[in-house]
Write a protein that binds this ligand. Structure first.
Ligand code: DAH
Length: 348
């Protein structure tokens, strides 16, 4: 087959081509090793110098023309193929999304989000402090002096002069030292004690609460905690009681219990004749206010502290505290919360 350098013919060939494969055949026909243009190029050697010049130039122009048209056609075909694909792969937005399987929210996080949610609706803001505390913040400022037996009850891990905090109460001290009343904070966070059995883990979580102003009383404290527990457990006529207790940093001090009953192994909250301890609370001891440079004849307030694991176990029916920290996928799949279904307005 000899080459007719007819541009029309080439355009015609491209026009009748619909696939990349066919196009490739045309390329080989012209530009392959034994292609028409390649053979012509080779045959230039047999011509005289004059003819070689003329024919060579013509061939080069023709080759450039071919390549340009070839690339145009290739682009057209590729665009066409993509458009066809897009048409076929249209996304059906009316289909419900597939269940995400990217992980679950741990019940401890979910419980903390819920607690933050409820207290922020009452005007409390969220504060945090370091896990490694000074002895002063963790004990002394909270009216737990060196010799005090409460130190032993809260045995902890000492790191040189510092302690792994035994409760979130030191953040009360940090906040009062830094800011002036009115103060209204909650403090979720990790706490540490040298304890380990089916109801204790060396690390656990607490949420602390502190409110300081010049008028709040024990009645406000009670109202605040009752509202919180009703909301948290979603029980409107919750049966509860406040029991006198002792904490060095509050005076008077109380513990709050909620009623429960157990019949045929079914646990019911908010009713019944047995009591479950839920949290500790009280009016902030004036000594603590003074330790934190707050005038105790002008200001007063209340504080409370609750265990997050305990609240979480009661709410979600979890029986062994150690299971929170075993990183068992089956457990987290069962007790965890889908990030897509969180009810918390914290949005986490
Ligand atoms: N810090 C106490 C504990 O870990 C809990 C507590 C009780 C905190 C009474 C308070 C409070 O703020 O008023 O056992």
């Amino acid at each position: 087959m000899s080459l007719k350098m007819d541009k029309k013919l080439i355009l015609e060939e491209f026009k009748n081509t619909a696939s990349i494969e066919e196009l490739e055949k045309i390329r080989i026909k012209y530009l392959g090793k034994k292609g028409l243009i390649s053979l012509e190029m080779k045959s230039l050697g047999t011509l005289s110098i004059e003819q070689k010049k003329i024919k060579g130039q013509e061939l080069n122009i023709f080759k450039s023309f071919f390549e340009k048209e070839f690339n145009n056609k290739k682009n057209d075909i590729e665009k066409f193929v993509i458009n066809e694909k897009l048409k076929k792969e249209k996304i059906d937005t009316s289909l419900p999304p597939r269940e995400f399987n990217t992980g679950k929210i741990h019940p401890i996080s979910q419980t903390i989000y819920r607690i933050i949610d409820i207290f922020s609706s009452m005007g409390f803001s969220v504060k945090s402090g370091p896990d490694i505390e000074t002895d002063f913040n963790n004990f002394t400022a909270l009216n737990i002096p060196n010799h005090h037996p409460a130190r032993e009850m809260q045995d902890t891990f000492y790191i040189q002069e510092k302690v792994l905090r035994t409760h979130t109460s030191p953040v009360q001290v940090r906040t009062m030292l830094k800011s002036k009343p009115p103060i209204r904070i909650i403090v979720p966070g990790r706490t540490y004690r040298s304890d380990s059995d089916s109801t204790h883990t060396p690390m656990f979580h607490q949420v602390e609460g502190l409110l300081i102003d010049d008028f709040s009383t024990m009645a406000h404290l009670k109202g605040c905690l009752i509202d919180f527990l009703k909301d948290f457990f979603e029980i409107n006529d919750l049966k509860y009681r406040f029991r006198p207790s002792y904490f060095p940093f509050t005076e008077p001090s109380a513990e709050m219990d909620i009623a429960y009953s157990k019949k045929d192994n079914v646990l019911k909250f908010g009713e019944g004749d047995d009591w479950l301890e839920i949290l500790g609370c009280g009016m902030v001891n004036p000594k603590v206010l003074e330790n934190c440079n707050i005038n105790s004849s002008k200001y007063q307030g209340f504080a409370f502290g609750m265990g997050v694991e305990r609240l979480s176990m009661l709410k979600y029916g979890i029986t062994d505290i150690r299971s929170f920290y075993e990183s068992d996928f089956r457990w987290i799949n069962h007790y965890g919360f889908s990030p897509m279904n969180l009810t918390s307005s914290t949005g986490l």
